[in-house]
Ligand binder design. Structure first.
Ligand code: G3P
Length: 217
């Protein structure tokens, strides 16, 4: 499963990039707003840090305006993927972009039926939100499973990006189901490293080694 970081924060991206395991980045208008820098400028900086798909979301709500905005975003860098909301206009824009060979990430997906529409529109990526479904007491991972089944049934090439992953368990479950991509905040990625037995085992290895050579002196 490809690991994407769901952030527009450059320090987080640089730190995660140094670990050598980040395949791409997703951003959204809320994440961009948090950094206080215009999307065009911030995604260009992100493209300099991570060499992979970088999703940049439009804020227009009508198809025509989405196409204008998305076309400009796509020109910033070859790795930009235009992110569109799963609305009637968003799907219309995705279908147009698909004809033009511009890659899209259809976001805010909360049902298998919505995911089917994105695939029909030729979206490059579909983003179903796991955590936000769980916020309203629904099973987020069941959505990932249904979409993977539907896409598999018909051979749709749209990649399933499990979004709104908030814990290492979410990431592992999405990978077990077979999601193509998992996107997560820096905090979740950082937590994936942790295991008390790793810390304990390393401490013992180092102590044993130091003791053995201290004794031989
Ligand atoms: O960027 C989309 C998604 O990953 C947001 O996650 O935790 O805000 O629901 P969250």
């Amino acid at each position: 499963m490809k690991i994407f970081l769901d952030t527009a924060n450059l320090d987080e991206l640089k730190k995660a990039a140094s670990w050598g395991i980040v395949d791409g980045v997703t951003t959204n208008p809320s994440l961009i707003a948090k950094e206080g820098i215009k999307i065009e400028e911030q995604v260009a900086r992100i493209c300099d840090i991570i060499d992979g798909d970088i999703s940049a979301e439009v804020v227009a709500t009508e198809a025509k305006a989405m196409i204008v905005e998305g076309t400009a975003l796509a020109k910033i860098h070859k790795n930009i993927v235009v992110k569109l909301p799963l609305t009637r206009d968003g799907i219309q824009a995705a279908a147009e972009f698909s004809k033009e060979g511009i890659r899209t990430n259809v976001t805010l997906c909360f049902s298998p039926a919505q995911a089917l529409l994105a695939a029909k529109a030729g979206a490059y990526i579909i983003s179903p939100f796991v955590g936000r479904l769980e916020d309203i007491a629904q099973l987020g991972m069941e959505l990932i499973e249904s979409i993977c089944t539907i896409y598999g049934n018909y051979g749709y090439t749209t990649q399933v990006l499990a979004a709104s992953l908030r814990s290492p368990l979410h990431v592992a479950q999405a990978a077990e189901i077979g999601a193509d991509i998992g996107t997560m905040p820096f905090k979740t990625l950082d937590m994936m490293f942790n295991h008390p037995l790793t810390d304990k085992g390393l401490e013992t290895f180092l102590k044993d080694y130091a003791k053995a050579f201290a004794e031989k002196k």
